[in-house]
Write a protein that binds this ligand. Structure first.
Ligand SMILES: NC(=O)c1ccc[n+]([C@@H]2O[C@H](COP(=O)([O-])OP(=O)(O)OC[C@H]3O[C@@H](n4cnc5c(N)ncnc54)[C@H](O)[C@@H]3O)[C@@H](O)[C@H]2O)c1
Length: 383
């Protein structure tokens, strides 16, 4: 095989963008061979150029594709992903890999044939700023991490956004709100750079600023195995928003904000200094470093190119699907902590969370009055 025949499943907002850059030739050795959507009108623009399918099972069994990119609502990532893997296709799924941990376990369990490539669309992992930050932390330049703080309130969304698809912002259609839709990227980067906490306590507010039943605001406190603490704060209601990621360690503090990484570096280890100095108030001397990183623009196409290279050449994946579990675990645990009104230890109990989510779905009295005429109720699989 010298090129990958890719099928895009779900050509709504995100799927249409995937199709655009694939057709523009932004991904080498990849040909857009098919598109699929359950809404036939969405297939009309493609009928003359690629094969079109109105259900994923037929596409998956058609022989027309070697791989699929799944860009449907969240619950269907699990169902379609399992089907595609079982039929021997390579799979790239949009984030999150599933809506909840038990579904993610089912999906990952279907990846038995490791010759099939299975990746997740965490394109922010390709951004030079976050790659550099990760390297700083992993190389030990910050020393042992003591505190992590990410304020991410740049995910502003309006009522019109939430009304743009019946699946959005419902327990049944999406499985959560800002933590499941916008924040998977942030939560993935957080754990990719700093690792997973061992426990957390969160306070989520449901429909606080929008006519939705799921969370549009979340604040959480994390604790890590070494005693480091973390604070995470997000909402879709703040404008102008803030995106400030701060990590403090024994060797200094790094702040990632406004497309800059600033590193205030201690000349000596702050903990050792504290134990040995005669000074009573003065902290260690510092250097201020503006950390340079590549200005290269990256996008979704980089992840697809990596996926294609992994299939054709065995290139290591930037975002293996298995690593997509961590962001789901964090999002689910924050919701579970709120549901239970208590601290939650990680790893999260997948069955307990699934039961809690099912109870939310069963108990939902929510009528999405803001749903526009013609929008869809695409619940997909049920948890
Ligand atoms: N990586 C990113 O930056 C990014 C950005 C936006 C959205 N997303 C993700 O992309 C996915 C889709 O989001 P969206 O905003 O495009 O939603 P959308 O509602 O605009 O589009 C979803 C499309 O999937 C179709 N669909 C639903 N069920 C289907 C099925 N079983 N088979 C085939 N087609 C089906 C719908 O008809 C619709 O056209 C979500 O998982 C979302 O989290 C990722």
């Amino acid at each position: 095989m010298d090129e990958v025949r890719l099928g895009v499943i779900g050509v709504g907002g995100m799927g249409t963008e995937h199709v655009r850059y694939l057709r523009a030739g932004d991904v080498k050795r990849c040909v857009l061979a098919a598109v699929c959507d359950v809404v036939p009108e969405r297939l009309v623009p493609y009928r003359d150029t690629v094969k079109t399918f109105d259900d994923s099972a037929t596409l998956i069994r058609s022989g027309a594709v070697d791989a699929v990119l799944i860009a449907t609502p969240h619950y269907d990532h699990t169902l379609i992903g399992i089907d595609a893997l079982q039929q021997g296709l390579h799979v790239l799924t949009e984030k999150p890999i599933s809506a909840h941990k038990a579904d993610a376990q089912r999906l990952l369990a279907a990846h038995t044939d490791k010759s099939r490539v299975f990746s997740v669309m965490y394109q922010m992992r390709t951004m030079p700023m976050y790659r550099k930050l990760r390297k700083l932390v992993q190389d030990g330049d910050l020393g042992e991490i003591r505190r992590v703080n990410w304020i991410i309130t740049t995910w502003y969304r309006t009522e019109a956004y939430y009304a743009s698809g019946g699946w959005r912002a419902t327990w049944k259609g999406e499985g959560g709100g800002v933590l499941l839709n916008q924040c998977p990227h942030t939560l993935d980067l957080l754990q990719w750079i700093c690792g997973m906490p061992v426990k957390l306590r969160a306070w989520c507010n449901f429909g606080k600023y929008h006519t939705i039943e799921v969370e549009d605001e979340a604040n959480a406190y994390f604790e890590y195995a070494n005693g480091a603490t973390g604070l995470f704060s997000t909402t879709t209601a703040e404008a102008p928003g803030t995106n400030r990621f701060e990590i403090a360690g024994d060797r200094g503090k790094v702040v990632c904000e406004n497309n800059r990484i600033t590193f205030t570096r201690n000349e000596v280890n702050a903990r050792e200094y504290s134990d040995t100095t005669d000074e009573r108030f003065m902290p260690p001397e510092v250097w201020n470093v503006d950390v340079p990183f590549s200005a290269a623009l990256t996008s979704h196409a980089n992840i697809v190119q990596n996926f294609v290279n992994a299939i054709l050449d065995g290139e290591p994946l930037v975002a293996p699907a298995e690593e997509g579990m961590a962001s789901i675990e964090l999002a689910n645990a924050m919701l579970y902590s709120t549901f239970e009104n208590r601290e939650v230890s990680l790893p999260l109990d997948a069955d307990s969370y699934e039961a809690a989510l099912k109870a939310r779905i069963a108990g939902s009295q929510f009528v999405k009055g803001a749903v526009k005429e013609g929008s869809l109720d695409l619940a997909g699989s049920q948890p």
